[in-house]
Design a protein around this ligand. Structure first.
Ligand SMILES: [Zn+2]
Ligand SMILES: [Zn+2]
Length: 581
């Protein structure tokens, strides 16, 4: 045993568990309640190495159930009008916490000015289940209405991100300006309806694309200019409806045209018409489906398994990672290392079962939505905290348990006592239960990744919220058929009406800056609710899910985000490279 241990009783007990642990198969505890459950899962030698590194016992849930639970703790796009629970406040506020949540929600200003998390400090009671106490405690401590960085300007309807100016319904807008209805936008300007884009300008509906200018409807395409409807293209200028092209100009549905012919064709298409646009969309997706696609998308990687992994090595079972090393069962990482079961994180290490923990965090477990965290466990909404356990809403603190401040020596003594009891009772080693989330299951990212109906959600003990209808009051409504076919026929009056989504029936509105974008770019008014459009974009990246596939050329087994039921022509990275790169 480590003589330096600050939690000797816990460490001795954990060592006993880990020393006797050999690779084996075990049953997932949720095998009867989750329809996505793997039922049985492997505890591999690699897993065991991670438990030893991170100092945790093996988990009771399979990797998929662990992911499902974590994803219910983030809400990237749903905003609600709800009461402000801050003392003396009567006005309703915009919040990402839904009305059905039992949390006490403060507007950001009250949260910053009138909230002292210490006043809620309490003690652990070994006679009660830990998560029951932690939930009781969480419900007493006020929750900010939204997580937003103070560097964001004029971006009231946005979640997370940093240095975002003029963002409207943006989640994760970083160093960007003039962004609408988008998720994970980095260093971009004047973009609408985008998902995971970097260095993009003046563009509409781009998914997983970098360094593009003046483009529309691009998927997995980089370094493109003045182009529309491209799938896995690179360095293309003035191309339309193309798949798997490199270094081309004036191509139309993969056919090389002269400059004159190309421009004539584009003119003929009459793109400003919504009607014709939807026919082109249909033709484009049919065209994509007859071409091979890169099943896994690994670039500059070494020894990795998973999908969409770039500049990374020694990573297994990973969905979307960049510059990441030695990590297991993770998703959406940027510059992380030595982490297991970590989702949505950047620049951090030694994370275990976390979501939304980032910004130089290290050695953090079972925590969510916190930044700059060191050596801590079970944290919620904390910032710049070290050596804390089961705390909510703390900032710039050390040595706290349930928001109560200890002397360093006393802290470790108390920590050892609690962790020893929890481990002995089998209560230590799991991410908090669904009930600890700020969101309803169907208003969280889990709804995109692992969709469930009301009965299925309730069976799992998660929260369900009724339809997220916007109350349009006595506002006039417009059906999709009533909206003009081109933007030139639309007058400002449209901003005073609620459009009824033709797919979901949910009403939505057009705001002034958005209307200007459509006019400037000659784009017809959308007839589908922004949330539904976002859902479709997530489906293009496989909803952060992973499937088993087989390469059509060499028959090797591969991991892919393409669903095998959808008849894609899957190529492994090597076969794709041999044929297209
Ligand atoms: Zn499971
Ligand atoms: Zn192959």
């Amino acid at each position: 045993m480590n003589k330096e241990s600050k939690t000797p009783k816990f460490d001795a007990l954990l060592n006993e568990i880990l020393e006797n642990l050999a690779p084996h198969e075990r049953e997932c505890e949720w095998k009867d309640i989750s329809k996505y459950c793997e039922k049985k899962f492997e505890i591999t030698a690699e897993d065991i190495n991670f438990y030893k590194l991170l100092r945790v016992p093996p988990p009771k849930l399979c990797p998929t159930c662990r992911r499902q639970k974590r994803f219910s703790f983030v809400n990237q796009i749903n905003l609600y009008k709800r009461p402000n629970n801050a003392p003396g406040s009567k006005d309703k506020i915009i919040s990402y916490v839904p009305l059905v949540s039992s949390l006490i929600v403060y507007d950001i200003k009250s949260y910053q000015d009138n909230f002292d998390p210490y006043t809620y400090g309490t003690f652990y009671d070994a006679k009660r289940p830990f998560f029951e106490q932690f939930l009781d405690f969480r419900l007493k401590v006020p929750q900010p209405s939204i997580i937003r960085d103070p560097s964001n300007i004029n971006s009231e309807y946005s979640i997370n991100g940093r240095n975002l100016k003029n963002g409207y319904y943006v989640s994760g807008g970083w160093m960007s300006e003039d962004v609408w209805y988008s998720v994970n936008v980095f260093s971009s300007r004047s973009v609408m309806d985008c998902l995971i884009v970097r260095n993009v300008e003046n563009s509409y509906e781009l998914v997983s694309s970098d360094k593009c200018y003046n483009c529309r409807y691009l998927y997995f395409s980089d370094n493109c200019i003045d182009s529309q409807f491209l799938y896995d293209c690179n360095n293309c200028i003035k191309c339309f409806g193309c798949v798997n092209l490199r270094n081309k100009s004036y191509c139309f549905f993969n056919e090389q045209l002269t400059k004159e012919n190309y421009e004539e064709k584009i003119q003929e298409l009459n793109l400003p018409s919504r009607d014709l646009l939807s026919k082109i969309k249909e033709r484009f997706w049919e065209f994509v489906k007859i071409h091979p696609v890169r099943a896994s998308r690994h670039e500059r990687t070494e020894n990795v398994s998973g999908v969409n992994i770039f500049n990374s090595r020694n990573c297994y079972d990973i969905i979307y990672a960049r510059r990441t090393e030695h990590s297991l069962h993770c998703d959406q990482l940027l510059g992380n290392r030595d982490s297991m079961d970590a989702s949505i994180s950047g620049g951090s290490e030694k994370l275990y079962q976390t979501i939304g923990i980032g910004s130089d965090s290290s050695n953090v477990k079972f925590s969510f939505l916190s930044k700059f965290i060191l050596d801590s466990e079970f944290l919620i909404n904390c910032r710049n905290v070290q050596n804390c356990f089961a705390c909510v809403g703390l900032e710039n603190k050390n040595y706290c348990i349930f928001n109560y401040q200890y002397e360093p020596k006393k802290y470790f003594k108390e920590l050892d006592k609690i962790k020893f009891v929890l481990l002995g009772k089998g209560e230590y080693g799991e991410f908090p239960p669904f009930t600890m989330s700020s969101f309803a299951y169907n208003g969280s990212q889990a709804d995109f990744v692992f969709p469930l109906n009301k009965a299925e959600v309730q069976k799992m003990g998660a929260l369900w919220q009724p339809d997220m209808e916007i109350d349009v009051g006595d506002m006039a409504t417009l059906s999709a058929q009533e909206i003009p076919d081109t933007i030139t026929e639309v007058d400002d009056e449209i901003m005073n009406k609620a459009i009824i989504c033709e797919e979901t029936g949910r009403p939505f509105r057009i705001v002034k800056s958005e209307l200007k974008f459509y006019r400037d770019n000659n784009i017809p008014i959308p007839t589908i609710h922004p949330h539904q459009r976002m859902r479709t974009r997530f489906s293009h990246i496989g909803n952060y899910r992973m499937h088993d596939g087989v390469c059509e050329l060499c028959n090797i087994k591969i991991k892919t985000f393409y669903n095998s039921k959808e008849n894609w022509h899957l190529y492994c990275d090597q076969c794709y490279k041999d044929n297209y790169l």
